[in-house]
Design a protein around this ligand. Structure first.
Ligand code: PEP
Length: 251
């Protein structure tokens, strides 16, 4: 059985002091929670402080992005080795904001997936269709092309460490959520595509749902057989809400 994974994606929110205040509330609140894995993806600037603050807790650390080169003249970028040094277990890749605002292509994301896997960290690969693509009946084609493109050259032997986040773009930060039936239908389709790419290992790949997940809808979404946790934006900024969502994912 797959252990659900719930990740707080703070995006460009929280200073180091604010991150530490969150961690101080989170560790004790999740101390007795079993059957689910939680992780926090703060801005790069708070990773070192959280590495310390979360040591000895069950909460893992994730990064929001990484560059695929080991080092070099890439002003403003962070390498996977730098993230590994700070104790990151996961790296979010291909978030729709990076695809849309920073023009990241599937081929570019695929290079990052390969670099993250090579360093022994776990990619959280985000895929999802826009409103227009859904309206045009293109959801499954879009997802297939994102998955095939972003996983090109990925290490199949490490497939079970891969996490895929299905984040319909129309549901991110909008308050609109996919129904649990819609999410399950798409997650099952994603798993079928992953099976073509990774064979039986696809059954071990966790597929998170993301898009306006909140305490009120989390348990229902994550009760679906192919919904293996959540990637949470807005509602992850308050420790109490994030804790409630994590508890809603226990299986
Ligand atoms: C996200 O950006 O990954 C996300 C799911 O955001 P929100 O929960 O705010 O919709």
């Amino acid at each position: 059985m797959r252990t659900a994974l719930v990740v707080a994606n703070w995006k460009m929110h929280k200073t180091v002091a604010e991150s530490l205040a969150f961690a101080a509330a989170l560790g004790p609140a999740l101390a007795d929670v079993r059957g689910v894995e939680a992780a926090v993806a703060p801005p790069f600037t708070a990773l070192a402080a959280l590495q310390n603050a979360l040591a000895g807790t069950s909460v893992a650390l994730a990064a929001q992005n990484a560059h695929f080169e080991k080092n070099g003249a890439f002003t403003g970028e962070i390498s996977v080795a730098m993230l590994a040094e700070l104790g990151c277990r996961y790296v979010i890749l291909g978030h729709s904001e990076r695809r849309a605002l920073f023009a990241e292509s599937d081929a570019f994301i695929a290079r990052k997936v390969r670099a993250v896997q090579a360093a022994g960290l776990r990619p959280i690969l985000c895929v999802g269709e826009s409103d227009a693509e859904r309206e045009a009946g293109r959801t499954f084609d879009v997802l297939r092309s994102q998955l095939e493109g972003s996983l090109a050259g990925a290490d199949a032997a490490r497939a079970s460490e891969l996490v895929v986040a299905y984040e319909p773009v129309w549901a991110i930060g909008t308050g609109k959520t996919a129904t649990s039936a819609q999410a399950q239908e798409v997650h099952a389709a994603i798993r079928a595509i992953l099976r073509e790419l990774a064979g039986g290992l696809a059954d071990a790949i966790r597929i998170q749902y993301g898009g306006s997940v909140k305490p009120e809808n989390a348990a229902e979404l994550m009760s679906q057989p192919d919904v293996d946790g959540a990637l949470v934006g807005g509602a992850s900024l308050k420790a109490a809400d994030f804790v409630a969502i994590v508890k809603g994912a226990t299986r």
